[in-house]
Ligand binder design. Structure first.
Ligand SMILES: NC(=O)c1ccc[n+]([C@@H]2O[C@H](COP(=O)([O-])OP(=O)(O)OC[C@H]3O[C@@H](n4cnc5c(N)ncnc54)[C@H](O)[C@@H]3O)[C@@H](O)[C@H]2O)c1
Length: 288
């Protein structure tokens, strides 16, 4: 059996699987042999994804801030595929940007509900099903924002949420290890993904047009001269979901082309100017 079938026989739930990194993770899991449930708020994109992914995939409309939704998603997974081996807690939002003196507590609270309570409750409700399968793997999608400060200071709420995801990963790994459940996080660096251009108000067409400029800018931030693509995160997720990583737990796996070695030494202002130039938008004001 080749390396491309690392997940044969495994069943996974991917939250936020309808778009972006989550969609790439779904593609890679199905290609590696897994059956998956795409758990997402977006019914149109989620249903489309499940059709495109084929008979090994189902869509379940899920808001990760709702315990009821998470429970029914796991029930639907068990009903369709009879077991659960892996949960990828990927759904996340960027939330409000700006200086700490202007922080919008409601916006930050809503972001925490998605980015922190989503994975926390996802783990809570997945544990019985994972235990019944004899153990399993939980993969939380964190971010380099959990550790970096200089370039991303204006996203303080988001940074805090990802720092919480890292500590959730360690605590859950410690508690669930004896049950045979491994818990790891992936911290992606900057990806050539639509979420950032959209945050700056670009349309779908403008986003597509801006991606090459974004790739060129990101390359200047890291020692490796390749740009991070969603597939790079998906490959790490496949490894962490597979038995190849059976001795790996409680770790934050940074996938960033080496950016965190120095974060390119950019100040917040320099970062904002660089990204605005790459996207062709005004750099005077950060996005809301
Ligand atoms: N794209 C990047 O550069 C990058 C970098 C570091 C970390 N991340 C993290 O990766 C994850 C995915 O980011 P992305 O860029 O692919 O985002 P995205 O906006 O492209 O996709 C997010 C998906 O999550 C879904 N979603 C949002 N709120 C939800 C909820 N409450 N319940 C269920 N689904 C919900 C959306 O409908 C969407 O399909 C996030 O946790 C993000 O913080 C992304």
């Amino acid at each position: 059996m080749g390396a491309s079938r690392q997940l044969d026989g495994k069943v996974a739930i991917v939250t936020g699987g309808a778009a972006g990194l989550g969609r790439s993770i779904c593609d890679a899991f199905v290609e590696a042999g897994a059956a998956i449930v795409v758990a997402d708020l977006d019914e149109a994109a989620g249903s489309r994804a499940a059709v495109e992914l084929g008979e090994q995939a189902r869509f379940h409309r899920t808001d990760v801030t709702s315990e009821g939704d998470l429970k029914s998603c796991i029930d639907a997974c068990l009903e369709s595929f009879g077991r659960l081996d892996c949960v990828v807690n990927n759904a996340g939002i960027v939330g409000p940007w700006g200086p700490i003196t202007e922080i919008d507590p409601d916006g930050v609270e809503q972001m925490f509900r998605v980015n922190v309570f989503g994975p926390l409750l996802g783990i809570k409700h997945a544990v019985p099903a994972l235990t019944a399968s004899g153990g399993g793997s939980i993969v939380n999608i964190s971010g380099t924002a959990a550790e970096s400060v200089r370039g991303s200071a204006l996203q303080i709420g988001y940074n805090l949420s990802k720092a919480a995801v890292n500590q959730l990963t360690r605590c859950a790994a410690y508690e669930l290890g004896p049950s045979g459940i491994r818990v790891n996080a992936i911290a992606p660096g900057f990806m050539a993904a639509p979420v950032l251009p959209k945050k700056f108000g670009l349309s779908d067409a403008q986003t597509e047009a801006a991606l090459p400029g974004l790739r060129a800018f990101f390359k200047t931030l890291q020692p490796l001269s390749v740009t991070g693509e969603p597939e790079d995160i998906a490959k790490m997720a496949v490894f962490l979901a597979s038995d190849d990583s059976r001795f790996v737990t409680g770790q934050i796996h940074t996938v960033d082309g080496g950016m965190m070695l120095d974060y390119a030494g950019l100040s917040t202002d320099e970062w904002l100017v660089g990204i605005s130039r790459a996207l062709g938008v005004d750099s005077d004001t950060p996005p809301p």
